[in-house]
Each structure stands twice: as C-alpha cells, then as structure tokens.
Design a protein around this ligand. Structure first.
Ligand code: CAP
Ligand code: MG
Length: 435
C-alpha cells in the first residue's frame, strides 16, 4: 500500500469535547480551489499546533497532549481547541506565533481570519493586565466619570518641541482638555526631539495646572528602536511627573508592549496604547485578525487605554464591531456573539478604557457618545480642535462644550446659542462625518 504522505485530517475530531482549560479559537476560512473543508481546517489545526505537511517517521510520546483539534465547523467558520500546554505561560508572542502565524500563508487557503479566542482562566491567571485600566478616571483625574479628553497637535509633525508645548499643549490644556497626545509618528525627530519635548510639556503642564486648578497630563510617545531606549524614555517621562506614557503597540510588537507594562508597574504609570498599523491586518473582513482579538491580547498584556474607533469618523470600524469590542474590554465577563466574539471571563484582569479618535470634531461628538456613552471613554480630537477658526484654545472649549451639552441632554445648536466657541465649530463643520 502506498505510504501515507499527509496526516492533516488527524487534526479534525467532531466528537472532541474541549477541556475547560483548552484555548478555543474561532477562525473564518476560505479553502482554495480544489481543497475540501476538511483539507483546509486540518491544515489550520495542524500547522498552528504540532503537525506539518507530511507524515513523520518518529513521533514523540507527548504528541497526543499537544495536538489541536478542529471540533466544530461549517463551510466558512471553524473552532479549534488547543491544549493550554501548547502555549508558554504569560507569553502572548508565543501564542500568536502559533494561532496567528504560518497558517495565514498556506496555499490551501484563499483567506483566513482569526476572529477571537476564548482564553481559559488557567491561561489568563499568568498575566498582569492593566495597572490602572478604567481607574485612570478616578485615580489620575480624580473624577467619577469620563470622558478623558485629549488633543493631538496637528499637523502631525512639524512643530518644534517648544512650539508643541507652548503653542498647542498649553492652549488646549487652558481650554479644558485633560491630556495632550503625541501623534503616532512623532518620536524623536530632529525638529522635535524627545527630551526637550518632555521638558517643555512638563513646564507648560505645571503652568496650566496652576492656572486651571485641573489635573493635566500627556500621552508622550516612547516608541523606540530598541528596549533599552524605550526604558530610558519611560523613565524620563516618569521623572518629569507624568502619570501616562504612550506606545505605538503594533509597530513596537508584543514584547515591547510587555516591557512597557513592566515599566508602567515599576513607575506606577498608565499606558495609552496607539494601534497604528493595525489596519494592515484587521481591516480585510476575510483575512487577518480582528481588532477585537488584538484588543483582547492588549488587555491581557496590560495596556490601560486603547484606540477602538469612532464608528462615525474618518477611519473604518462599524458601530456594531466597536460595541462588541468595547464590552469585551470593559466587562469582566462577556457572552458570545455568533461568528463575532467568543465568550470570555477575565478573572482579576482590570477593564481597559476604550479611546475614540479619528476625524472627530464637536459636531459629531454626540454620535460617538451614542455608541460609547460618556462614563468610561477616552475622547481624542485632533484636527477637530486645532482646525477651529479661532485657534487651539477656542477649539478645546468647543470640544468641552459639546461634551457638556450631551451630558445635559441639550442639542448642540441650542447649547451653541450661549457658547460662541461651539457655535463657530458648528459653522465650520456642522455634523460632517469625514472620510
Ligand atoms: C487622529 C489621529 C489618530 C487616529 C488613530 C490621526 O487625528 O491622531 O492617530 O485617531 O486612529 O493621526 O489620525 P484626528 P484610531 O483627530 O485629527 O483625526 O483611533 O482608529 O486608531
Ligand atoms: Mg494620530
């Protein structure tokens, strides 16, 4: 008899009952031409756990304990159960290199999308989660309720460190905004070097706090070329009295985010997580990884607040997908949404503050609050503040007026009758939803 060449189908078992501590992963998949569903899902389960393309001459005794099984599937969705011992305790990089790795390049699949995974408490328990999470609102800003507001200097780059702090940050802090956020592509450029930016921001933060009596902070971008420099930058931000720092999570990678979390605990700081680059692999509805699962991984590792989209601004992301993600980030237990979200219990891992940003301005802030509510949300308004016809401080006031109008259940137009900054913002942008 011709020797068996393939063994992919050994990783399919419709009668397999996942164990309580299995990691259960939901994929969307599309078999390539001439490939059966079983050929496809066998490859996904095999190549992400312990198999390979051909039968092997010798198999280790432990193999039955590390094999994953596709246990539930139809023509486009498959659930695969992974024994928890497949993954190093406390290491997201290890797990993602398995369930988010080679399988995405297999010729037998036209498309593959990692939708979500139910992580057992036995896996969760080895992670710290956020140092502050949603508690940033009461522990840093001494408030019972959100939003935590921030403005990012626009144009994204071009200001010197002193202009960044004096002309923009000081003005929006005076106008009532809580934080000034570095843009994702501002790190340590020659015209706005990191150290002077931290120093000037600290100087004008203190001035603004003294004049307003309000807590002011900044999301200063510590994204660096290596971990030693990352640590040096976090320490500098801490030494100048900031409670936050920001990191570009995706471009930095899970190991750097894990290091940032260790530093956040060491210095008792909170991390603002920017997700720039995520759209490279989260946007295509048929391939890649959902933002929901990426956000789950970042809550697990310990980022305190994460960009999660607007549903109405310039960047993609539907209100439904945002709400499914926001509940997963905010709640200690969520139920499943068919083919959208797996059930998840979070044990002691703190909730993460969702941050809405991207093409926002006072005229569409109510639409954002209709999705998120106002209690536990970060609201970031860049161009929609600094494009205000009367300048940065007036733009900041218009944002805070729009927030107040919504909280008092007054229409923006009515509230604008007695608040000129909001009126002028509505004259320029109305309720425009930018694309
Ligand atoms: C928004 C922003 C943020 C995006 C990130 C920008 O500026 O600073 O980086 O919100 O997208 O560079 O576009 P504006 P997301 O307020 O001027 O649009 O929040 O979806 O991760
Ligand atoms: Mg930006």
């Amino acid at each position: 008899m011709a020797e068996e060449i393939e063994w992919y189908h050994e990783f399919i078992n419709k009668n397999y009952k996942p164990k309580k501590d299995d990691v259960k992963v939901l994929f969307y998949y599309e078999p390539a031409e001439g490939i059966t569903n079983e050929d496809a899902i066998g490859r996904i389960a095999s190549e992400s756990s312990s198999g390979t393309w051909t039968t092997l001459t010798e198999l280790p005794k432990l193999l039955p304990k590390v094999k994953a099984y596709a246990y539930e599937y139809d023509s486009n969705y498959v659930k695969i159960a992974y024994p928890i011992i497949d993954f190093e305790k406390g290491s997201v990089p290890c797990m993602v290199s398995a369930i988010g790795g080679n399988i995405f390049g297999m010729k037998a699949l036209n498309n593959l999308r990692l939708i979500d995974a139910e992580l057992p408490l036995d896996y969760i328990k080895d992670f710290k989660g956020p140092n502050y999470g949603v508690d940033v609102i009461k522990r840093i800003f001494k408030r019972k309720s959100g939003p935590v507001t921030s403005v990012v200097p626009k144009p994204k780059i071009g200001y010197t460190a002193e202009e960044h702090a004096k002309k923009v940050a000081y003005a929006v802090w005076k106008g009532g905004i809580d934080c000034v956020k570095d843009d994702e592509n501002l790190t340590n450029q020659s015209f706005n070097k990191f150290e002077p930016r931290v120093k000037f921001l600290a100087k004008y933060r203190d001035k603004a706090m003294k004049e307003t009596g309000e807590v002011k902070d900044a999301f200063i971008n510590v994204t660096s070329s290596n971990l030693k420099e990352l640590e040096r930058r976090v320490k500098l931000v801490h030494d100048y009295g900031f409670k936050y720092f920001m990191i570009d999570m995706v471009v930095s990678g899970f190991t750097a985010v894990g290091t940032a979390v260790e530093l956040a605990y060491d210095y008792d700081m909170a991390i603002h997580g920017h997700r720039a680059m995520h759209s490279m692999f989260t946007r295509n509805p048929k391939h890649g990884m959902t933002m929901l699962f990426l956000a789950k991984l970042l809550r697990l590792i310990g980022v305190d607040q994460i960009h999660t989209g607007t549903g109405v601004g310039k960047l993609e992301g539907s209100a439904e997908s945002i709400m499914a993600m926001e509940k997963m980030l905010m709640n200690q237990e969520v139920d499943k949404i068919e083919n959208v979200r797996m059930p998840q219990k979070w044990g002691k891992i703190k909730p993460v503050l969702p941050v809405s940003s991207g093409g926002l301005h006072p005229g569409i802030i109510p639409a954002v609050f209709d999705i998120y509510g106002t209690t536990n949300i970060g609201l970031q308004v860049g161009g929609g503040t600094l494009g205000h016809p009367d300048g940065a401080e007036a733009g900041a006031k218009a944002v805070t007026q729009a927030i107040e109008a919504y909280k008092q259940k007054i229409s923006l137009e009515e509230y604008a009758e007695k608040h000129k900054e909001l009126k002028r913002a509505l004259e320029k942008w109305g309720h425009l939803k930018p694309i």
